[in-house]
Design a protein around this ligand. Sequence first.
Ligand SMILES: [Zn+2]
Length: 619
Amino acid sequence: MQRFRLGSILCFLAGIVLAAPAVLIGESISLTVDATKTQQKILRVHELIPVKQGPLTLYYPKWIPGEHGPNGPISSLTGLKFVGGGTTIPWRRDLKDVYTFHVDIPKGVSQLDANFDFIEPQGVSASDKLMVLEWNDVVLYLAGTPAQQQSFEAKLTLPEGWKFGTSLPFDNQLANTVAFKPISLDMLVDSPVIAGEYYRVIDITPAGEPIHHEMDIAADSEAALNMSTENQKQMTNLIAESGKLFGTRHYRDYHFILALSDHVAHFGLEHHESNDSRLGERALLMPTSGDSLGGLLAHEFVHSWNGKFRRPADLTVPYYEEPMETDLLWGYEGLTDYLGPLLAARSGLWSAEHYHEQMASIAASLGPGRPGRTWRTLLDTAIGEPGVGGGRGGWFTWRRGTDYYDEGDLLWLEVATIIHRESNGQKSIDDFCRAFHGGPNNGAEVKTYTFDQLVSTLNAIAPFDWAMFFNTRLNSTAPEAPVGGIENGGWKVEFNDQPARSPGRRGGPGNTYSIGLQLGPDGAVGDAIVGGAAFEAGLSSGMKVIGVNGRVFNQELLDEAIKAAKDNSKPITLLVVVNDYIHTFTINYHGGEKYPHLVRVNEKPDYLDELIKARVENK
Ligand SMILES: [Zn+2]
């Protein structure tokens, strides 16, 4: 959904506010989660639901906030059984929605016992030594009542000796059972818990900051908790820089929930007063720890303002069965993907060099590395997220999956440079953030926005035809990446034969920009760029390269072959397994190795670096 134009600042001020506190309806549902068998990857759930005679419909959360799709792990709900008045009450699943359950409550039954298990055979959220609990995994709730108005009293029993962290207020802890304060369902689902045997809390509240910020870290070993004092200082800077950028906060206090394990899925999920981030066990011990923290945690933190507080109206739904419309994800995720690295650089988690490399990598991956641009608009990547998403089975660069993230970096960098230009240097992206994400701290509040309201706020900062600008960028099928922001910032993207210090996040670099091939360490073809030399020679995702010019494949050998082919006319020969057969493919490529870099354009002022300079005097 794309709506254009003619808003005014009044539209912005009139934005819908779904303010906390919620009006809770009826009695609380008691929810008890027994996580003592988490090492067996099973959570046992017991709910006591106040009911009355007649048909009752219960939902298992389907559309999960932050995941932008109907991804609730319904296949992990097992062992479902309802009991009322001492008798088992049969249930049936809805014919049209597998997340919906129907029961008929007999006469005289005022409380329904719901029991089920949440199993996790793939180990997404739990290892032998830690767990992250997202409450939407372990809750059935009442159909027909907004999540904001349903009250839950949750209890969580942890394995013996495990410690825990969460933004969820709790009443007490008896032995290994924690009793949380009654809370609305939306806040419960928005407040994950991390727990583990090896656990550490690090206070990262900057001096003079009235709101408490902490990192709640659980790891698969004691040693992995050893965050450097430099990283702690940089995380404290991140809090200070966020305060400077947005001018306000929209939470009571903030918890960076960080799981460090090689046995959980690695991703981040934003919440209003916390974020659930998961990295490899040794992430904090690596020389690149600042890159990891800045890449993941800064992004998820920015979401507290952009995505949680300011949320696209059509992504804001009353409960988790209501489908979301995702056309404004280039704002929700795209702006976050721009501001996260900006703050990571301002706080010192990222060096300027790393920031440059990331921007060069994104620009290249969205230009010559993204043939999918020619058939699919940026807007369609946002609209298609539920269901299409990133897709599986390779062909990433032709699908153009979730480009609303990376292209958002370029889009919003360009916005930042246009604000600077159109205001003759008087205004910046910081002014926009303070206007758009500002206002009093009322805790975890949601203030929805539309395209018109976004445009209006920008116009109030720097008058410009923003609607036309976004419309053009969102609907383009030009093959070139939108690098206007990089160029306005005084830099350009160039290719040479020197790899960057750290590889880009997606789409390479590998041999992407030379022969158009992305290989795993074992030679498995992740992607062959449609239209590139390797694709034209016959390669595609799912094949496996086993030989290069007559020798058994390794990456160095392929790099050397590409280098050598530059100086002669002989093709590069690849021996490739296609299912059970072996083929020989010849690649006529003589352009040498190609890696993207940002290069200064000296005639222009360096505004790109100006944007990432610290705004707070780091103490
Ligand atoms: Zn995000």
